[in-house]
Design a protein around this ligand. Sequence first.
Ligand SMILES: Nc1ncnc2c1ncn2[C@@H]1O[C@H](COP(=O)(O)OP(=O)(O)OP(=O)(O)O)[C@@H](O)[C@H]1O
Length: 259
Amino acid sequence: MADEVAREHIPTVIADEVHIVYRVHGAKTGRGSATAALSRIVRRGGERGVRKVHAVRGVSFVAYRGEAIGLIGSNGSGKSTLLRAIAGLLPPEGGKVYTDGQPSLLGVNAALMNDLTGERNVVLGGLAMGMSREQIKERYQEIVDFSGINEKGDFITLPMRTYSSGMQARLRFSIAAAKDHDVLMIDEALATGDRKFQKRSEDRIRELRKHAGTVFLVSHSNKSIRDTCDRVLWLERGELRLDGPTEEVLKEYEKFTGK
Ligand SMILES: Nc1ncnc2c1ncn2[C@@H]1O[C@H](COP(=O)(O)OP(=O)(O)OP(=O)(O)O)[C@@H](O)[C@H]1O
C-alpha cells in the first residue's frame, strides 16, 4: 500500500503552459494546388501564404506514475497534437514539456513496413522501441499470440500489406504493448480490432499501469475511457476544459455533447 502511494506521486509528464502552432503553407490562395504552387513561386518568399493553426493553447497538467489518463474532446480539439508534443514529435511554440523516461506514441498510424512480413515487423518494431534482439526473441511468441494474427493461418510470415486494417492495428498494438513503457500513448488504437481484441488490449493497458508506466489514451469511445482510465483531460478548441476523475469529467462532457 505504502508502495502504491509512493508510486502515485512520481511525476512522469509535466506540461507547463504548452502552446502548439502548425504552419500551413500556401493556405490563402483559395485555388487549385498547381495554381497555388505557381503563385508561390512567382511571389517569391514572404509569409503571406502561411496560415497558423493554434492547435493547443496553454495546456498544463502533471501526470503521475501508475495513472491511466484519457484525452477527450470534439474533433479537432487538439488531443492528437498534445500527444505528439508529449512524445517530442512537435516542438512547443510556448511553454515546456518535461518527461521522465522515454515516451512512446502508439497510433493507428505507427509506422511499420508494409512490404515486410509481420515477423520482420515484430523485430523492427521491437528494435525501434529500444528492445534488444534477445528481448525480442524472448517476447516474440507472446507478441504474435497476443495479436491473434496467426489464429486463422500462418499470416505472420506474409507481408503486412496482405493484412486487413484491423489485423495491422492489432499487430502494432501487440508490438508496442510487449514492452513496459515509461509513458505509453495510445491514439484510438482500441477503436480498431474486434471486441475480443479490444478487451485484451484493455487488460494489457491495466497490466502496463501496474508495471509503473503512465498510459495516455485518446478515444472517442466514452466506454473505452471508462473501462481503462481513472483520470480524464477534456480538451476543447485547444484549451484544457476539465481535468479530474473519469466519472466527473465524462458527466460534464456528456452534458456538453448531449449524450
Ligand atoms: N499537420 C497539421 N497541419 C496543420 N494543422 C493541423 C495539423 N494537424 C492538426 N491540425 C489542426 O490542429 C487542430 C487540432 O487537431 P488534432 O488532430 O490535434 O485534433 P484531435 O482532437 O486529435 O481531433 P480528432 O478527434 O478529430 O482526431 C485542428 O484544428 C487541426 O485542423
